[in-house]
Design a protein around this ligand. Structure first.
Ligand code: CP
Length: 307
């Protein structure tokens, strides 16, 4: 039963609950006209303490397409946060006005802390370099549609695996499916955090390798999940500049890739996928952004218990 739950971490929901969300998202994709009024009278609060295009606008589009309404801020300086209001008071206030909240925050753990003060469902829309569970719902739905399965896959995660919260969430989520092999492709300084390896990959004895060169492994991959180097998480600009173009996927690099490779990227893209790839049928990242709206429609409907 998903009604009334918070979503803070990708593992807050069971695999069966995730399937319920994906089944509903696929129903919405097939017949969106059947869902235009299911959230009549409901209000979504969007609290974005950090910039966003896809997550905020897909949440807002999702609620509007379900017949609900949206209030919120995209910039904390336009709210009483700028006067020093603390997070619990902000959350209590918005929970009093709305039926469901989506919140992005630069501090890791802020959504979990905030959820303790919310008596309406609170959804983590990304917290620092930690987790981004609704991006993971988006990624999993895209994999389910592209591959027709979630098992027996080799997935390459490439780029900034240290700060990229979407990668941390996706590893957690994919670790629950049978026979998934992870190939972690990053510069030495941007490797997957030790806690993810220890708590997820090692603890579950999953099949994974860490490599530096994409060209060495690309032919093995069923899914290639590219990520940008997260400029906003670096302490030192010189390090960012040195590492930012570590990987640039182009036609030459794709030469040895499988014909049915699925290329994903949470976006925004900076320079890590050449625009020449965009018309390749293996590029799924713009379809992925659209699935992000449909899966958030399904999530909102489930957490509100309107379906
Ligand atoms: N994928 C993602 O989180 O994009 P935004 O930062 O634009 O929301």
């Amino acid at each position: 039963m998903l009604k009334g739950k918070h979503l803070i971490d990708p593992q807050d929901f069971s695999v069966e609950e995730l399937d319920e969300i994906f089944d509903l998202a696929e129903e919405i994709i097939k017949k969106p006209e059947d869902f235009t009024n299911v959230c009549d009278g409901k209000l979504l609060g969007t609290l974005f303490f950090e910039p966003s295009t896809r997550t905020r606008l897909s949440f807002e589009s999702a609620m509007l397409r379900l017949g609900g309404k949206v209030v919120g801020f995209s910039e904390p300086n336009s709210s009483s946060v700028a006067k020093g209001e603390n997070l619990p008071d902000t959350i209590r206030t918005v929970a009093a006005y709305t039926d469901i909240i989506a919140m992005r925050h630069p501090k890791e753990g802020a959504p979990r802390y905030g959820s303790q003060y919310s008596d309406v469902p609170l959804i983590n829309a990304g917290d620092g370099g930690h987790q981004h569970p609704t991006q993971t719902l988006t990624d999993l739905l895209t994999i389910r549609v592209a591959k027709g399965k979630m098992t027996d896959l080799t997935i390459g995660l490439c780029g900034d695996l240290k700060f990229g919260r979407t990668v941390h969430s996706l590893i957690k989520a994919m670790s629950r499916y049978e026979n998934v092999k992870f190939i972690l492709i990053s510069p030495n300084e941007l490797k997957t955090p030790k806690y993810i390896k220890a708590e997820i990959l090692d603890r579950k004895s999953l099949d994974y390798v860490e490599v530096e060169k994409l060209e060495d492994v690309i032919e093995q991959l069923d899914i290639l999940y590219m990520t940008r180097v997260q400029k906003e998480r670096f302490f030192n600009e010189a390090d960012y500049i040195r590492l930012k173009d570590s990987y640039i996927l182009d036609n030459a690099k794709l030469k040895t890739a499988k014909d049915d490779l699925t290329i994903l990227h949470p976006l925004p893209r900076v320079n890590e996928i050449s625009m020449e790839i965009d018309s390749d049928p293996r590029a799924w990242y713009f379809k992925q952004t659209k699935y992000g709206m449909f899966v958030r429609m399904a999530l909102i409907a489930k957490l509100l218990g309107v379906r």
